[in-house]
Ligand binder design. Structure first.
Ligand code: SF4
Length: 336
């Protein structure tokens, strides 16, 4: 299995494992399973079209105003559901100094690029010196407004977020860090402390998660995950519907199940704890929110669903006395 897909787990994550990959949400994310050999309809080695959209090594250019910069394809852990699982863990994926310069030149030469998302692999496995050099090069490009890092390190290897790494992230431009966490047990005290070191350096933190069957596909787990993130000063950003990566069907719920979880969250937790549920359109056509939708067009107006699923007319019908009342009164509610 490790020859087909790389395997790695950090001591911090191994210490959290309490069972097998079939039953334990931490083990399930990192320990290989036989189901990974099963290819399901629609799955692909490049589910969101990174290769087609790569003009030079290490760059993916999907949207006009932003690019991915992938200086390395190494990670501290290898997630079994990763949409880049065919590429990560390959030594040839780390850019040489010359290759990195070509990638940076690509960014320098396109003034429409406003944001660079440094990802991989996991860019925080690079030395602080290398990260600092990348930041310095990006900081010097006048048309960039935002530099964003996507990383699993603060959660799975928090000790790596030391003073040298935090210092390396200093820049004139806005630097944002998006951490990846899927289950509240991953958010250990050490992970909290690592995030705090970044926050205290003035770096806004966001979180992305993947909706994973057997890991976080229930409202109580998502609620606990998002409450813990917000309490750690990390803003939930995206909940990704899993991509159609080869051998990952055992991780996928249906989109209707994901929408139902998002609807449950809307009624249970603060707006700060609500990520956007998104799907990457297969083939590389971009990321879109996939609901649930709370609005239905109705003639010249709308029907809006409240968090309990009750439908209300918007704007409310005016009663004969001119005072506005809810179109659907409690007790008369129509569930949707
Ligand atoms: S850390 Fe990110 S890039 Fe690396 S295997 Fe996990 S999901 Fe993929």
């Amino acid at each position: 299995m490790a020859e087909r897909y790389p395997f790695a787990i950090t001591p911090e994550m191994a210490a959290l494992v309490e069972g097998g990959a079939e039953s334990d949400p931490i083990a399930r994310q990192f320990l290989p399973q036989d189901a990974e050999f099963e290819l399901s309809p629609g799955e692909s080695a490049d589910p969101i079209g990174d290769r087609r959209l790569s003009p030079v090594k290490g760059i993916v250019h999907r949207y006009p105003d932003r690019v991915l910069l992938k200086p390395t394809l190494t990670c501290p852990v290898y997630c079994r559901f990763c949409f880049r699982r065919e590429d990560v863990g390959r030594k040839s994926g780390t850019l040489s100094t010359a290759e990195l310069e070509v990638a940076l030149d690509y960014i320098r030469n396109d003034p429409a690029i406003w944001e660079v998302i440094v990802t991989g692999g996991d860019p925080f496995v690079l030395s602080p010196r290398r990260i600092g050099a990348i930041i310095a090069a990006l900081d010097a490009i006048p048309h960039l407004g935002s530099i964003r890092f996507h990383t699993r390190v603060p959660v799975v290897a928090p000790a790596r977020v030391g003073a040298a790494l935090v210092k390396a992230l200093a820049a004139e431009k806005a630097v944002h860090v998006v951490i990846h966490a899927n289950h509240p047990r991953e958010l250990t005290e050490a992970a909290r402390a690592a995030c705090l070191r970044l926050v205290r350096a003035g770096i806004p933190l966001h979180a992305q998660s993947v909706l994973l069957k057997g890991v976080n596909d229930d409202a109580a787990t998502l609620e606990a995950l998002y409450r813990r993130l917000v309490a750690m000063r990390v803003r939930p950003y995206y909940l990704h519907h899993p991509d159609l990566a080869s051998g990952t069907a055992h991780f996928r719920t249906g989109i209707a199940a994901g929408q139902s979880l998002m609807r449950a969250l809307r009624g249970r937790v603060s707006g700060l704890c609500q990520p956007t549920y998104v799907l990457d359109v297969p083939g590389g056509f971009g990321k879109v929110p996939v609901g649930p939708s709370y609005l239905q067009a109705d003639g010249a107006g709308w029907h809006v669903s409240d968090p309990e699923g009750r439908l209300h007319a918007y704007p409310p019908a005016a009663p004969p006395d001119g005072k506005s009342v809810p179109a659907t009164l409690p007790g008369e509610a129509e569930k949707v």
